[in-house]
Design a protein around this ligand. Structure first.
Ligand code: G6Q
Length: 556
């Protein structure tokens, strides 16, 4: 781990992306390879399926079913080099303030750095603080899990409810679901994010307040949804204790960077777990925001997850680009987006425990790379972050895969699968894996009219049964889904987002669009709640909708 500085890395004075030598060469390459079919690429090189793979840190990555040649890969790597990827990686790991629009370092990698590492922010080594918080989290989790921490009336905690939204929700939910197999089944975990009252009502449904612990997770502790839900939780709890406000102390803890806000809300800051402004919300599941995860799986498993993250961090920082998993994943995505014109990426885990992984990745990728200006403030003239979506296989196969196979759009897919099921039953796992391999094979190679006709299909039906193929996909295989492997998988995507953001010359670490949403609703709330008819100054549609809602509310 390199020691650090705190330079503010202002927008690089780099050449515009489209002027880079490698970009121009890739444009020319696309003219040659773009029209080639994966059938021909595989036929031309029998070793392709073995050679276009990389194995690192226990993850096996097969990118052979992308519409690329060795030359394309070579040029993409040159593009990464020309874009200064290595020095950007070093700047991030060193703690430079690469999030220039917010003047912040980007140091989620410090959250999983080992104890002895040194990473300086404004001259201070942040690693000891990280470990101090981890130790406090572990001590707290052990107390709750062992039953030493009791509720207000002395009952054991049986239910944990995380209140948070966006980065303070999606990571904890995804990790809880992904690692449920390792969780303490005597504890029930629920997650409240939406300000929709139903979300809260359903989360507390049937629970005994005397056995319930709320974790209020909010970096800023000002987010409308979270604070509203936290207030409702407080009211629900106090009511459950017949109005006894003292109960709050044993049933509320907070995760935040805002000790003042936590104190004002009424949570003792002794029960607050902190993190830092250099951890972005969508990069925070391995900070104290992961408290619910640690409560579920225990400190040891949580540390194993951090170790998985760390191994992938080190791989990303040190491996040559041609064997660097996050770099290659990022480059494949960039090729598909900017050269083949793909607009989306489908993430298709063949592992039921990863059912929330696509939703988690949506925030990670789209909030990070959904940007239309460069760090220097210039409008981009190329596509940036694609739309991420997905569902676990095989379920998706029985719904939207039709469009991926035979629709008019090109949808690159990331297949994720494991060598072992965590719940082996008979032949299930072989069937699951047979499906994942069959899908990527069918997408790549399709079925020609000749093959369809050879099956005896009548002429009129044949066009409907032809599969063009040539649909690109990546396959990621690992031995089994463990906390460590989850850490590696998340870090793999985090760094592939970084790779792409660097080449696109955008800031992957701000989110002004999200900030806008936080402000806009605040203006309208009083207009919905005021007794008097408000003087509305919006556009005619918004004014009309507000008036219509006020009427609905009054029941007229
Ligand atoms: C993440 C975003 C956003 C954020 C939420 C919650 O990168 O900034 O999703 O995590 O808006 O914010 P708080 O944690 O401050 O409540």
């Amino acid at each position: 781990m390199p020691a650090s500085g705190t330079k503010v890395a202002k927008g690089n004075a780099a050449k515009p992306l489209t002027q880079l030598k490698a970009w121009k060469a890739l444009k020319a390459q696309y003219k040659k390879v773009g029209a080639m079919h994966l059938r021909d690429l595989f036929a031309a090189d029998p070793k392709r399926g073995k050679e276009m793979t990389v194995e690192a840190e226990g993850l096996f990555f097969d990118y052979s079913k992308n519409r690329v040649t060795d030359k394309t890969i070579e040029l993409l790597i040159e593009l990464a080099q020309e874009s200064g990827l290595q020095s950007r990686i070093e700047a991030m790991f060193r703690g430079d303030k690469i999030n220039v629009t917010e003047g912040r370092a980007v140091l989620h990698v410090a959250l999983r750095a080992p104890k002895g590492a040194r990473i300086l922010v404004d001259g201070q080594n942040v690693v000891p603080e990280v470990h101090a918080v981890l130790d406090r989290m572990a001590a707290f989790c052990n107390r709750v899990r062992s039953g030493e921490w009791r509720g207000h009336t002395g009952k054991r905690i049986r239910n944990v409810i995380n209140i948070g939204i966006g980065g303070s929700d999606l990571g904890p939910v995804m990790a809880y679901e992904a690692l449920k197999h390792y969780s303490d089944r005597n504890l029930t975990f629920r997650f409240v994010s939406n300000v929709d009252d139903t979300d809260f009502a359903e989360a507390v449904h049937g629970l005994d307040p005397a056995e319930t612990l709320f974790i209020v997770s909010s970096k800023t502790f000002t987010t409308l949804e979270t604070i509203t839900n936290a207030q409702s939780a407080r009211a629900w709890l106090v009511k459950g204790f017949g109005g006894d406000e003292k109960a709050v102390a044993k049933h509320f803890v907070a995760v935040s960077t805002n000790a003042d806000g936590v104190g004002k809300f009424g949570i003792d800051t002794a029960n607050m777990f902190g993190f830092w402004d250099w951890v972005g919300g969508r990069y925070s599941m391995d900070s104290a925001i992961g408290l619910a995860t640690m409560l579920a799986i225990g400190p040891e498993n949580f540390r194993a997850m951090l170790d998985g993250f760390y191994q992938m961090d080190e791989h990303f920082r040190t491996a040559p680009f041609e064997r660097n998993l996050p770099v290659l994943l990022g480059l494949m995505g960039l090729w598909n987006t900017d050269f083949l014109g793909a607009q989306t990426v489908a993430v298709l885990p063949y592992e039921q425990y990863l059912k929330r992984f696509p939703a988690y990745l949506q925030q990670l990728t789209m909030e990070s790379n959904g940007k239309h200006v460069t760090i220097a403030g210039a409008e981009v003239d190329y596509e940036t972050g694609p739309i991420y979506w997905g569902e676990p296989g095989t379920n998706g196969q029985h719904s939207f895969y039709q469009l991926i196979h035979q629709g008019t759009r090109l949808i690159p897919c990331d297949f994720i699968a494991f060598g072992h099921s965590l719940n082996p039953i008979g032949r299930h796992h072989d069937m699951l894996l047979a499906n994942v391999f069959a899908q990527s094979e069918a997408l790549a190679f399709g079925k020609t009219k000749k093959q369809v006709k050879a099956e005896g299909t009548p002429e009129w039906l044949a066009p409907h049964r032809v599969f063009e193929g040539n649909r690109p996909s990546n396959t990621i295989l690992a031995e089994r889904l463990t906390p460590e492997v989850l850490g590696k998988l998340v870090a793999l995507y985090e760094h592939s987002v970084f790779t792409q953001g660097t080449i696109w010359q955008i800031n992957s670490f701000d989110q002004w669009g999200v900030e806008l949403g936080k402000v806009l609703a605040q203006r309208i709330i009083p207009e919905l709640e005021s007794k008097e008819e408000p003087k509305l100054k919006h556009d005619s549609s918004t004014n009309n909708l507000i008036r219509r809602y006020r009427k609905l509310k009054r029941g007229k």
